[in-house]
Design a protein around this ligand. Sequence first.
Ligand SMILES: NC(=O)c1ccc[n+]([C@@H]2O[C@H](COP(=O)([O-])OP(=O)(O)OC[C@H]3O[C@@H](n4cnc5c(N)ncnc54)[C@H](O)[C@@H]3O)[C@@H](O)[C@H]2O)c1
Length: 357
Amino acid sequence: MNDVLISTDFQIPQNPPPIYIIGAGSIIEEAHLPAYRKANWKVNGIFDLNEEKSLRLKELFQIPKSYNLLETMVAEAPEQAVFDIAVPASQIASILNQLPNHSNVMIQKPLGETLQEAKDILRIVKEKDIRASVNFQMKFIPSLIAAKRMIDEGLIGELHDIEIRMNIYHPWEIWEFLFGIPRMEMLYHSIHYMDIIKYFLGMPKKVYAKTVQHPKQMQLSSTRSIIIFDYQMPIRAFVNTNHGHDFGLKNQDSFVKFEGTKGAIKATLGKNINFPTGEPDHFEYYLQDAEPQKWITAAVPGHWYPDAFIASMADLMCAIENPHAIHDTNIIKAYETMQLVEAAYISNDFGGTEIPN
Ligand SMILES: NC(=O)c1ccc[n+]([C@@H]2O[C@H](COP(=O)([O-])OP(=O)(O)OC[C@H]3O[C@@H](n4cnc5c(N)ncnc54)[C@H](O)[C@@H]3O)[C@@H](O)[C@H]2O)c1
């Protein structure tokens, strides 16, 4: 019998401020705007360097105004507005430089393309006294919120193992800007999984990583990675991604598995399988202290798109309302995730241990 309370709740703001969007690309259309529509939050304006794209989304989502100049949108936005930026990471710093001091900003991940760029962005945010969040929303996928609750309540005992496995076929051609850049898979994709492991287990002492190309995806700098977090304790946590599994859906995998001293949880994230259409999510757990002792499948309401995007924006909006709110999307926490990514690339470049004679 399923008597475990599955909770996917998160804090929501009392008075959500209006949202102004910068960048009218695929993630805004597929996730941000559907999320704000579902949450019933006001989106007042949208700007993209490519005006056709912002006009298209203005019509599609009935946004009152599309702008052809960022300057004009900034001038018309009220003081409490949230600027929601979703552009290639290389553009973030220059956009922040054009926003007013003391603004509220949600920045799509990653926070720059290197740790140095992350530092530069952080410096701008501090100098301009911007309240900034970074949209690492995967940790707020409803099934991962449910897993966090169960783990925090001690239901699986001491958490000592996290495995994140993606054996999928990803249509990288959707994102032109990823072609020709020196860092790709770990920076633009596995970064979410590194952020998730940090959210559950904290910062590791060390990171080992290897990221490699796929023979059929050679236009991208890498599309397969193994990343190991070393806590120098009896904890194992790792990410294993292969985006080149072009052999049908049957053996595609997309899951986060948690093991504790008294139980385990497996959250299958269907969106990555057959992306962007996606397959259903699954949530299963096994508790040694409960009867019957077997894997139980539970229904978890909601999905990555758009629900996790409501949760990440709600986290920022709550921090605007209350400076003592948790603010899990805080740029300072996102900077730590960028440190992990940098460590992963350094480890990759440094290489493994030579085979001794
Ligand atoms: N789950 C996630 O968190 C997730 C998923 C997909 C993409 N993303 C992130 O979102 C960002 C955008 O991705 P996308 O899929 O929408 O890409 P996209 O290529 O579809 O859209 C990017 C848009 O940004 C616009 N743009 C570029 N520079 C700009 C500037 N200086 N000012 C205004 N507009 C500008 C482009 O014209 C384009 O319309 C990327 O950083 C990516 O990492 C996050």
